[in-house]
Write a protein that binds this ligand. Structure first.
Ligand code: SF4
Length: 313
């Protein structure tokens, strides 16, 4: 009997990633190489390598960028301090920050202006969290911002203004884990304000819903995405929480096809920064190596599109 391969829907690129890659490609077209990008524009090895081959130079710090060069901030967003640094170094900056991350930045600034304390639910060290924490930095108010990473921290964190408090979240978290953290915060701080609309973005939510569906119908799940991609890691964790073993891979060369023969049905999905070309390469190799047939599970109904910055349209 041949192996059944099911593809999750939706999967792969979201509107924010599409836009961020477009920002970089348009900048290369318009101004020529080299174009500098602070951090990986999106967390995907293939995307980064392809852009590098077009003359894009990725840097960790703006001090590595020659004066008066064009520099792009990644989809994860940057702190106000980084924007100021770009100005002081005479760099010409373009912003590839996803508009849904900018929405969280705006919430932080709104709460800070109102003098509220803010809890950011997210993972320390992730560039989005660094950028969002750093949106609070320049505002001279009584407000403080705190990071909460998990349930234990939600239970123990001490806040200066527990009755004048709001929370925001990183956009790519696990919906279920965040819900438990939020419930703990409500129990400890009953007056806490929630975001006007969910900060976990539509793409993260839809890809997690699709993995839950995939887990009902398969006995192994392949998640395509890079190891530093937050939303891809959440998909792998979610598959495993649903009781289905899972693997996170950058590309087909990481798969052990002999081992895969033990599964009757295999699910395939991709994180929001993983290109569809890699998904198709994985599928075609699975089909030929396992004598498998592939089928889409549901359909992709996403039709969200974010415009480029006016200077790059
Ligand atoms: Fe934007 Fe969500 Fe995509 Fe991140 S995963 S770039 S927040 S749409």
């Amino acid at each position: 009997m041949s192996t059944k391969i099911l593809l999750a829907n939706p999967r792969g690129f979201c509107a924010g990633v599409d836009r961020a890659i477009d920002v970089v490609e348009q900048a290369v077209k318009k101004f020529g190489a080299p174009i500098y990008v602070r951090n990986e524009v999106v967390h995907n090895k293939t995307v980064v390598e392809e852009l590098r081959s077009k003359g894009v130079v990725f840097v960790k710090e703006l001090s590595e960028v020659p004066e008066s060069s064009h520099v792009i901030f990644s989809a994860h967003g940057v702190s106000a301090e980084v924007e100021q640094e770009a100005e002081s170094l005479n760099l010409i900056a373009y912003d590839a920050t996803c508009p849904l991350v900018t929405k969280v930045h705006n919430e932080v600034q709104r709460h800070a202006r109102a003098g509220r304390d803010i809890l950011l639910i997210g993972h320390a060290g992730h560039p989005e969290v660094e950028g969002t924490m750093g949106r609070h930095f320049p505002l001279n108010t009584s407000s403080k911002i705190y990071l909460v990473q998990d349930q234990d921290e939600a239970e123990s964190i001490q806040i200066l203004q527990p009755d004048n408090l709001a929370y925001v979240t990183q956009t790519t978290l696990s919906l279920d884990d965040t819900q438990s953290i939020v419930s703990t915060l409500y129990r400890r701080f009953p007056n806490i304000s929630k975001p006007k609309s969910n900060d976990i973005c539509y793409a993260t939510q839809n890809r997690q819903d699709a993995v839950k569906q995939l887990a009902l119908e398969t006995d192994f799940i392949i998640v395509i995405g890079s190891s530093n991609s937050s939303n891809s890691n959440r998909l792998k964790e979610l598959a495993e929480k649903c009781g289905v073993p899972s693997v996170l891979i950058d590309g087909v060369e990481e798969l052990d096809f002999d081992d895969l023969t033990k599964y009757k049905s295999i699910g395939v999905t991709a994180g929001a920064s993983a290109p569809e070309s890699i998904v198709q390469e994985v599928i075609s190799n699975l089909c030929s190596s396992l004598n498998a047939t592939a089928k889409e599970l549901g359909e992709n109904k996403e039709d969200i599109f974010f415009k480029l910055p006016p200077e790059l349209r």
